[in-house]
Design a protein around this ligand. Structure first.
Ligand SMILES: *Cc1c(COP(=O)(O)O)cnc(C)c1O
Length: 361
C-alpha cells in the first residue's frame, strides 16, 4: 500500500492510526455487530460515542462549563448565517475584520440580517497580512465582533486577539482548531468545519457561551437555532454520526498519542519552521505572507514564474507530495500541514524542494 503525503487544504489528511482503528471497527463496532454508520443515533452504543466525543473535546480544549458544545451540519458556511440569526439580537449590529474570503463571506451573510461593519481589511494586498485595528474602531454597541483566526487560503493567522471589552468575540477556527492551546474563555463563540483538523466533512463544531443563546431572531429556522440543538444534546435530528465518531478517534489520538495541545503546538511549530526557514533561505521559492502573521497550518509560496509553479506541482505529485497547488485566488503553491501531517512529510517536502531548486536554477 502506498500512502502519499497529502497537503490538501481540506478535506485533509487524518492520522494513520485513526484510519486503521476505523478500519478495524468498520464491520463490527465493539461487539455491536454493526458499523457506526449503520446504528441508530438513539442507541446506547451511539450515545456513548457522542458523549465521549464531547467530553474529550472539553478536556483537550479545556472548555469552561458555561459553554455549550454543539455538533452540527452545514459546514462553517452555515455558521455565517447562524451566528447573526442567533447573536445579532440586541442592537442588530456586528463588526468584522476582513482577512480573506471566509471572513468576507461571514460579513456579507451577516449583512442580510443586520448592520454589519468592516473594521479593517487587508484586501489591498491580497490578504497577505493581518490588518491593524484600534480598540476605538469597534462599534460600541455591536452584538459581536467576528474574526477568522487562521486564513486557510492566504496563510495568515491572528497571533493577538482584538480587545473587544464586553463585546463577544466570535472566531472561525476551522483551519486551526486543535493545533495549539486556545483560551476559550476569551471568546463568545468558536466554530469550525471538521474537515481541516478534526475529522471528515459533514460535522461542524460550535462552542458557545451559554448566555449568548436563547434569543434568536424571530425569523430563525428551527434547525438554525442554537437553543434547539443545545436543549437536545445535538440530537434534535440525526447528527453526522460517523464524522462525530472519527472526530472522537482524532481527539483520542491527540490526548493519548500526542499528549495534548501543548505538545501538538510544539510539533506544529517545528513543522512550520522547517518550511519557513527553507523558504527564507531559498533563491527560487518564497513565502507570500508577512512574517509576523504566518500561519502554522497553511503555507502558501511561489517561484514567481507560473510555468515553473505548474511544473513544481506536477513533479511533486509524481513524487508523492499531493494537493500542493495554491488556491485559485493566490496562485502558486500551498502546503497545508495540519496536525496529522507527520514531521517527516515536511522534511521530505523540503528535500524535494531543494532538489527542484537545484535542477531549475
Ligand atoms: C474551509 C473553511 C470554511 C468553509 O467551510 P465549509 O465547511 O466548507 O463551509 C470556512 N472558514 C474557514 C476558515 C475554512 O478554512
Amino acid at each position: 500500500m502506498a500512502r502519499v503525503y497529502n497537503f490538501s487544504a481540506g478535506p485533509s489528511i487524518l492520522p494513520e492510526s485513526v484510519l486503521r482503528r476505523a478500519a478495524d471497527e468498520m464491520l463490527d463496532y465493539q461487539g455491536s455487530g454493526q458499523s457506526v454508520m449503520e446504528m441508530s443515533h438513539r442507541s446506547k452504543t451511539y450515545d456513548a460515542i457522542i458523549k465521549e466525543c464531547e467530553a474529550l473535546l472539553r478536556e483537550v480544549m479545556n472548555i469552561p462549563d458555561n459553554y455549550k458544545v454543539l455538533f452540527l451540519q452545514g459546514g462553517a458556511s452555515s455558521q455565517f448565517a447562524m451566528i447573526p440569526l442567533n447573536l445579532m439580537n440586541k442592537n442588530g449590529k456586528a463588526d468584522f475584520l476582513i482577512t480573506g474570503q471566509w471572513a468576507n463571506k461571514a460579513y456579507q451573510e451577516a449583512s442580510r440580517y443586520g448592520e454589519a461593519h468592516v473594521v479593517a481589511s487587508s484586501k489591498d494586498k491580497t490578504y497577505c497580512y493581518i490588518p491593524a485595528w484600534k480598540a476605538e474602531d469597534f462599534t460600541p454597541d455591536a452584538d459581536y465582533v467576528h474574526i477568522c483566526m487562521n486564513n486557510t487560503i492566504y496563510g495568515t493567522r491572528f497571533t493577538e486577539l482584538p480587545q473587544t471589552g464586553d463585546i463577544p468575540l466570535v472566531a472561525d477556527i476551522s483551519s486551526c482548531i486543535l493545533s495549539e492551546p486556545l483560551d476559550v474563555s476569551k471568546f463568545g463563540l468558536l466554530y469550525a468545519g471538521a474537515q481541516k483538523n478534526m475529522g471528515p466533512a459533514g460535522l461542524t463544531v460550535v462552542i458557545v457561551r451559554e448566555d449568548l443563546i436563547g434569543n434568536a431572531q424571530e425569523i430563525t429556522p428551527t434547525m438554525f437555532n442554537y437553543q434547539i440543538h443545545a436543549d437536545n444534546g445535538s440530537m434534535y435530528n440525526t447528527p453526522p454520526c460517523y464524522s462525530i465518531y472519527i472526530c472522537k478517534l482524532v481527539l483520542e489520538w491527540i490526548k493519548n498519542e500526542i499528549g495534548g495541545l501543548a505538545n501538538m503546538q510544539d510539533i506544529n511549530e517545528k513543522k512550520a519552521a522547517l518550511l519557513y526557514d527553507f523558504l527564507d533561505a531559498s533563491k527560487l521559492f518564497k513565502g507570500t505572507v508577512e512574517k509576523k502573521d504566518r500561519s502554522l497550518m497553511n503555507i502558501p509560496f511561489v517561484t514567481g514564474n507560473e510555468e515553473l509553479d505548474a511544473k513544481f506541482v506536477k513533479e511533486a505529485a509524481a513524487a508523492g507530495f499531493v494537493n500542493l497547488k495554491g488556491h485559485r485566488s493566490v496562485g502558486g503553491m500551498r502546503a497545508s500541514i495540519y496536525n496529522a501531517m507527520p514531521i517527516e512529510g515536511v522534511e521530505k517536502l523540503v528535500e524535494f524542494m531543494k532538489a527542484f531548486e537545484e535542477a531549475n536554477a
